[in-house]
Design a protein around this ligand. Structure first.
Ligand code: NAP
Length: 453
């Protein structure tokens, strides 16, 4: 895949980049290794001072950084600014909490004194996706750097300007040379970097295929990995819910980021008692969405990030017609320049391609459930286990859903979202390990036991 900026609104490639040469990759690895030796000894106070500056720079530059995302992957203007503000918030969360999360602990044993300490691992490679080009990187980098690690970013090939802007934030904030570097490389270089003895660990946010590849390379090297992979999140709607709210959130949860979010709700499972009502309102709402220019604040659904994403979703929707699904609205690419797909609802979708596979676009799959048990079975009928949403006012139903949904996070009466205060991650084919909160910052640490006799 070429490293280039292609504007999804027009389809035009506006800038191309040369990939880092092997000599430059070697130079960056050396720098990372050197930087780690010194950075691991810095105090939390010093790291917090630098990370606060990074947060401040993000806020100062939020308009321009948001524009970069609109240019490179079609994000709505306002959503871009919101994403940068979220990154600043993530940095500040770890400024305030990193030391507390990594406080040495004393444990009573047969020793005079024993316990645990949390020490950084070293240079960590982050392989990142284009859909939240800043947030995905910052939710890795803020905790990893606050723990004393150093970062190497291999971003998706279609967001090179975002990748370079992130490196500039850390540099301008005053982080020492080599503490955070961007590598402009294709995925074919990941193996060589992970195999390098100076690299301590790796993380990948992306598709399950890319995750499998990184996990096998890192596995052969016995290196730690954290994987944040795809999802096919269920959205369960039960009779006791506030239906107006459920429909409103269902639409927002499906079309966020033009449907290109790992935690977008993708499969809607509706109790048969309210199914007619939910389906007609949901279809009406999806069909009425304003699709268009991501710079225009009236737009609700912008372009998809690339021609490939449009073609992938087109293929899935085409298969649905033969598999018994009923297309209630949309169903096609929009005939205009750029990478647009119409907001689409597929009824009777159980078992079709859009049910079994992750859909990365504004395409909703709907199925009916006979009762709560059936709804949970349908929700869990997927290889993925990232997020899950359910709408119900019944406390007993809420408890059962939290207990029985196979997912890394269950949200009741609200949309699944990441929050620096809460751990984020998946089960099943959605990956392993956690980001954010206390669990996230500990992933790239050596939990070192000490025992003094
Ligand atoms: P992708 O194609 O898997 O790419 C993600 C990153 O992995 C890119 O940097 C890509 O580089 C690299 N990559 C691709 N194949 C690789 C391989 N064989 N070995 C090593 N690296 C490889 O995913 P995407 O299309 O950018 O993003 C969409 C996917 O990410 C969806 O499945 C979505 O659900 C998932 N996602 C998950 C989370 C989460 O937190 N769980 C969050 C966001 C997105 P190139 O661009 O150079 O190919």
């Amino acid at each position: 895949m070429p490293i280039a900026t292609t504007n999804p609104f027009t389809g035009e490639t506006v800038k191309t980049f040369h990939a880092d040469t092997d000599a430059l990759i070697e130079e960056k690895l050396q720098k990372a290794d050197r930087a780690f030796r010194a950075f691991r000894r810095t105090s939390f106070a010093e790291r917090a001072r630098l990370m606060s500056r990074a947060a401040g720079l993000l806020e100062e530059r939020k308009e321009a950084l948001g524009q970069l995302m609109t240019l490179e992957m079609g994000k709505l203007r306002k959503a871009g600014i919101g994403e940068i503000e979220k990154c600043a918030g993530g940095c500040r969360y770890y400024v305030e909490n990193a030391e507390r999360h990594l406080l040495p602990q004393t444990v009573q044993t047969d020793a005079k004194r024993s316990g645990k300490r949390f020490q950084p691992l070293g240079p960590v490679l982050a392989v990142m996706p284009w859909n939240f080009p800043f947030w995905q990187v910052f939710r890795f980098a803020a905790p990893a750097l606050m723990a004393g690690n150093v970062g190497l970013l291999k971003h998706a090939s279609n967001v090179p300007q975002c990748a370079l802007a992130i490196e500039a934030i850390f540099r301008d904030a005053g982080f020492p040379d080599g503490v955070f570097q961007t590598l402009l490389v294709g995925s074919d270089k990941v193996k060589r970097i992970v195999e390098d003895p100076r690299l301590a660990a790796a993380t990948l946010t992306g598709s399950d295929g890319a995750g499998r590849s990184l996990a096998s390379i890192a596995g052969a090297q016995l290196k730690k990995v954290v994987l944040e992979l795809g999802g096919s999140d269920p959205f369960v709607v039960l009779p006791s819910c506030d239906l107006d709210k459920a429909v409103e959130v269902a639409i927002a949860a499906r079309i966020q980021n033009a449907g290109q979010s790992c935690i977008a709700a993708k499969r809607f499972i509706v109790h048969q008692q309210i199914a007619d009502d939910f389906e007609s309102r949901f279809v009406k709402g999806m069909a009425a969405l304003e699709v268009g220019d991501p710079q225009d604040d009236k737009t609700q659904v912008g372009p998809l990030a690339s021609e490939q994403v449009v073609q992938d979703i087109e293929k899935q929707v085409r298969r649905v017609r033969d598999e018994g699904g009923r297309i209630a609205c949309g169903g096609e690419r929009l005939q205009r320049p750029g990478f647009f797909f119409a907001p689409t609802v597929i009824l009777n979708a159980e078992g079709t391609a859009v049910w079994k596979e992750e859909t990365f676009g504004p395409v909703a799959a709907v199925a009916r459930a006979k009762d709560l048990g059936h709804a949970i079975a349908l929700a869990n009928d997927t290889q993925f286990g990232l997020g899950a949403t359910a709408f119900t006012q019944e406390p007993a139903e809420q408890e059962r859903l939290i207990a029985e949904l196979d997912a890394g996070q269950v949200f009741i009466n609200g949309m699944v979202k990441s929050d620096a205060r809460l751990p984020f991650g998946g089960v099943k084919q959605s990956g392993f390990g956690r980001e954010l909160s206390e669990e996230g910052i500990r992933e790239f640490t050596n939990v070192k036991t000490f025992w003094i006799g």
